[in-house]
Design a protein around this ligand. Structure first.
Ligand SMILES: Cc1ncc(C[n+]2csc(CCOP(=O)(O)OP(=O)(O)O)c2C)c(N)n1
Ligand SMILES: [Mg+2]
Length: 584
């Protein structure tokens, strides 16, 4: 049987080690689907219920494996549905190849049905973006798309008109310069080592500091052990940006946990008080949490030279892979004897843990979200992959799931999109069928793509999804009050029975609203085979408090109450800190 142009594409993917394509068929990609069918012994098609899920699943697949994630959507609406997930990949630096269809090549740009020029639409989101012109073209663009997505850690896009998908691969037009077989399916990663002179300058800055802090992000994942050695040499606390939650475990004596509105007080203090800062693989976006520009001397390690000095005026940039750069930096560091700065951070962490423990052990009804999220965290396996979503749940995930060695944790960091949680879990479980995969999501975010719970059932993916049900777009309710001083508006959700949703999809669910039942319910859900949903009905008045409440935030909150925030006084009385109580 002769190979057609779609076979060339699919066989190229197989050569690049792709074993899964997430997508949803349509008439713009039927030729590609046929090739996936005939190659199903080597590459798997996972059918989702919404193309956005395919893009998120491919993103998660890439984030958790470091390999290429692939998603497939039909022409027009199918491709358009991918976009949010592709931006998530772009913003968090995941390597994703998006393949879309198009209608007949001779009718493109003639107002045909589904005549959407997806290459133009995807211009901003991609590092490589092309439309197949004829059968011979595929063998040239397909490997380049894979290589670009991996090398640039971004989104590559191939738009493939329907009629070209079934053309014979070996006949048809070929230019004289297009020598057959002139490309290769080999990928070579960068060595990732900074220059020797930069290393010495970096060491001088770090050795000269007396209160050194480390800010570690996603780029430091997999380098935690060397980072701890560097922290020990410099007696420097490690502050973790959210995507770097898994860099070192939360019980590491060196870490003060997260930073930002959902971070810890000790992390805020460490960044405020340090005189020297080492940034490792992070472009943590909230600039107001960094030391004031000029207050600390700084060194930054990043794989991408374009990110050096992006958020803080660093003196030295080390362009390289985090692990290898730290390994070669370490011998240049003079082990510090004085350890007061680290000691203070460790003492402050003891107080922080006491506060966290108090919140997590609340037996109040309605149940506090911290209670259930902490219980989920405690019962996770050491090999768990944990994902979350955007909302107040991000704060509960950040503070109340204690990362352990061996676990991987992620969410949509820079795009901070809702609804990635469920498809991330699907992508992670497809990549690692034997590991425990748990998603902690909000009721708003989950309901956006909840039909994909059926995808987990269909492919027997034993994901566990914890839906924190407060019948609110909770995060926005608090933002309306605290950022602008307005009473809530447009944020209440029509309640959904999520256990019934899970059952309707063919899975199972457990609902809990009593803190006393938490441990048992989580244990039961985790022990059940197949996909299981835990619906946790929680107190909608529980606010995701920043570690430090500013007077301005407190004043806004008071103003929202005076302007008619429902249950405002109750919130102030029960849920919020002293500062706000003083003001109302
Ligand atoms: C796709 C998308 N739409 C809107 C937002 C703005 N947004 C951020 S958090 C949030 C509320 C999330 O609600 P839910 O999932 O119920 O979580 P909760 O805040 O209640 O914990 C919204 C609307 C977003 N980040 N992404
Ligand atoms: Mg909610």
């Amino acid at each position: 049987m002769s190979r057609n142009a779609s076979d060339v594409l699919i066989e190229t993917l197989i050569d690049w080690g792709v074993d899964t394509v997430f997508g949803l068929p349509g008439d713009g990609i039927n030729g590609i689907m046929e090739s996936l069918r005939t190659h199903q012994d080597k590459i798997r098609f996972v059918q989702v219920r919404h193309e956005e899920s395919a893009a998120f699943a491919a993103t998660a697949y890439s984030k958790f494996t470091g390999r290429l994630g692939v998603c497939l959507a039909t022409s027009g609406p199918g491709g358009l549905h991918l976009i949010n997930g592709l931006y998530d990949a772009k913003l968090d630096g995941a390597s994703v190849l998006a393949i879309t269809g198009h209608h007949y090549s001779d009718l493109i740009d003639t107002n045909q049905q589904q005549d959407v020029d997806l290459t133009r639409v995807f211009e901003d989101v991609t590092v490589y973006n092309t439309r197949v012109m004829n059968a011979a073209h595929v063998a040239n663009v397909a490997p380049l798309a894979c290589r670009m997505a991996l090398a640039r850690r971004g989104v590559a896009h191939i738009c493939f008109p329907a009629d070209l998908q079934t053309l014979d691969a070996d006949s048809g037009p070929r230019s004289a310069s297009d020598v057959k077989g002139h490309t290769s399916d080999v990928y070579a990663a960068k060595a990732g080592l900074p220059a020797e002179a930069d290393l010495r300058r970096a060491a001088d800055v770090l050795n000269g500091g007396s209160r050194v802090a480390i800010l570690a992000g996603q780029g430091a994942l997999g380098a935690g052990d060397v980072l701890e050695q560097v922290a020990d040499a410099l007696k420097a606390p490690i502050v973790k940006a959210l995507l770097g939650k898994g860099v070192v475990p939360d019980d590491s004596p060196y870490t003060t946990g997260g930073i930002g509105l959902l971070g810890t007080k000790p992390s805020e203090d460490v960044l405020n008080d340090c005189d020297t800062l080492l940034i490792v693989g992070s472009s943590f976006p909230y600039i107001e949490f960094y030391p004031k520009p000029g207050k600390a001397r700084a060194v930054q390690i990043d794989t991408d030279g374009a990110r050096i000095g992006l958020r803080y005026p660093v003196e030295v940039g080390l362009v390289g892979d985090a692990r290898r750069s730290l390994e070669v930096l370490l011998p240049h560091l003079r082990p510090r004897v004085e350890h007061g700065f680290l000691d203070d951070a460790q003492k402050a962490m003891k107080d922080w843990w006491r506060l966290i423990d108090e919140r997590e052990s609340s037996q109040d009804k309605p149940m506090k979200p911290q209670r259930i999220v902490a219980e989920v965290g405690r019962q996770l396996r050491d090999d768990a992959i944990v994902v979350s979503d955007s909302g107040t749940i991000t704060t509960w995930f950040a503070r109340h799931v204690q990362a352990r060695r061996g676990q991987q944790l992620s969410l949509s960091g820079n795009l901070a999109t809702m609804t990635c949680g469920l498809p991330y879990a699907i992508g992670a479980q497809v990549a690692y069928p034997e590991r425990q995969v748990v998603a902690i999501v909000g009721d708003g975010g989950f309901s956006m793509l909840m039909a994909d719970f059926a995808t987990a059932v269909k492919y027997e993916l034993p994901i566990k999804v914890v839906v924190i049900k407060n019948d609110y777009l909770g995060q926005i309710k608090w933002e309306q009050m605290v950022f602008l001083g307005n009473p809530e508006y447009g944020v209440e959700l029509q309640p959904i029975d999520f256990v019934k949703v899970a059952e309707a999809c063919g899975g199972s669910g457990i609902s809990i609203d009593d803190p006393v039942d938490c441990a048992r319910a989580v244990a039961e859900a985790f022990a059940r085979p197949g996909p299981v949903l835990i619906e946790a009905i929680v107190d909608p008045l529980e606010a995701p408090m920043p570690a430090t409440v500013t007077r301005e935030q407190a004043a806004h909150f008071a103003q929202s109450i005076l302007r008619g925030q429902p249950k405002g006084l109750e919130i102030a009385r029960h849920a919020l800190g002293d500062k706000i109580r003083e003001m109302v």
